[in-house]
Design a protein around this ligand. Sequence first.
Ligand SMILES: [Zn+2]
Length: 583
Amino acid sequence: MRSAFFALTVLLFLCSCDHTLDSNDFETVYEKSDFVETATYDEVIEWWQKLDKASPYLSIATVGETDAGLPLHLIVISPSKNFSPQKLREKGKTILLINNGIHPGESDGIDASMLFARDLLSDPDFESNYQNTVFLFIPIYNVGGALNRNCCTRANQNGPAEYGFRGNARNLDLNRDFIKCDSKNAKAFNALFTTWNPDVYLETHVSNGADYQYTMTYLFSHPDKLTPALSDFTKQNMIPTLAEKMVAANEEMIPYVNVFGTSPDSGYQGFYDTPRYSTGYTALHNSIGLLTETHMLKDYKRRVEATHTFIHQLADFVNTNGESIKSARNLAAEQTLQQTDFPLDWKVDEEHSQPLVFKGFEAYYDTSEVTSQLQLYYDRSKPWRKEITYFNQLLATKTVKAPSFYLLPVGWSEAVDLLQNNGVKMTLIDQDSTLDMVAYEIDDFKTVESPYEGHYLHKETKVKSQYWSKSIRKNEYYLIDLNQAAKRYIIETLEPEGPDALFNWNFFDEILQQKEWFSTYIFDPEAKAMLDQDEALRKSFETMKEDSTFVEDKFKQLYFLYRNSDHYERERHMIYPVLRIES
Ligand SMILES: [Zn+2]
């Protein structure tokens, strides 16, 4: 008994031992290089694995595949030493996910996250100070791009010496892939996002574009697109608080300078982030998404320091405001369930601006010796500070009423998989049924002329509604009830008029092609009989014949009548296969 007591005492003593890291043991490549280099992919993963061995608060796991043939890593830093997403959510922890290296040439966050994690774990008060917060890091998201290391592809950027490439192993830009998920990286990301449901999401970048004095710029999910509770929280609380904290940390920042080819003197517009971008995607799940965009002409050390400072301020904000973040998200979830009208597309309101105090450099135009044309330059010896106009209001340009249910045919398995990967609940209709529903006919759309991110993307899609009473076979359709957390994600992916609808990303292109045709010599007599028997059809045929090109084209005339015949596949051709049940 006495020895058991002794063993317990020893055990308790061991358990209360100090887990604080010695930061000297975890110097990074960035520091060893005197702040001019970023670690390679292998060096980054090895560094985190070493940290994993040294700290009980950290766990590194692989969470799916990437197109490079290597796994995607996720690092969890949890003060309670619990690493289960379900348990941590149940215990009400606030979850901050930081994603680095989506564009590996913009490596600032890869290095800054390592410094930040080391700061956390070498803080003797870490466990008590951060007990309500969990930190997740994707050390490098674009693994293939990071392996494709080179000296020079960031033409506008001042360091580091070498870095990865923007395109991933399939040459995809992963910050256009959050909805269509062509990459294995994005599929793994969607899955981990669904599993962890992070409260706040940060993605680290480096800018392109204009020159100005700031090192740090930031971009939140556009607040006008957020559910009201999150819009209010970010506009009134999170953005101003972070801005103040950054000033106090001597790192004043400014909204992302969305200016290319001109100078910011004349003002600029906020960035409209459709769901293909991360902050557009996180908005669909009522998560708070934001980016850092450091200024590419500041040197590498300056940029990593700014990103490091920002991560600290954000972590501190998340840690001290966990309860208000979660109540804003809970309220947003309720508001989404009650919302009936969903905007699908937006445009910047060019009539209304707000003043923004901006610190720029004097811009001037001079004749280029290369092109002999006027060229924009900046004079860094002439800094200025003045009020400019900032156009940061969005107007909804297309709104749709949410149905009660969607019917998604089981055959469109890529769409099914994508939705399920985002936590969308659907049930197979397992009995023969007759239902009233609305089908969309694709009335019009345009297609880009050259491939965009591996797709002939459609745009300006317009649909017309058809009201059907239709018999469906058992096991033919999934029923998707809109009364679920992923409601907005479901609507913005399944409504074809949304800019990042799955329809526009070619998931349903098969319906755009007619499958059955006719021989003119066989159909001609039948067409004659149709005209004889159907007065209304004959009249519209006569109207069509007022167009000389129609009269001159025998096939066009017969095709017009074929489209009006019972032979035409009018429940397939140009009919969007996802159906709406509206009541
Ligand atoms: Zn970027």
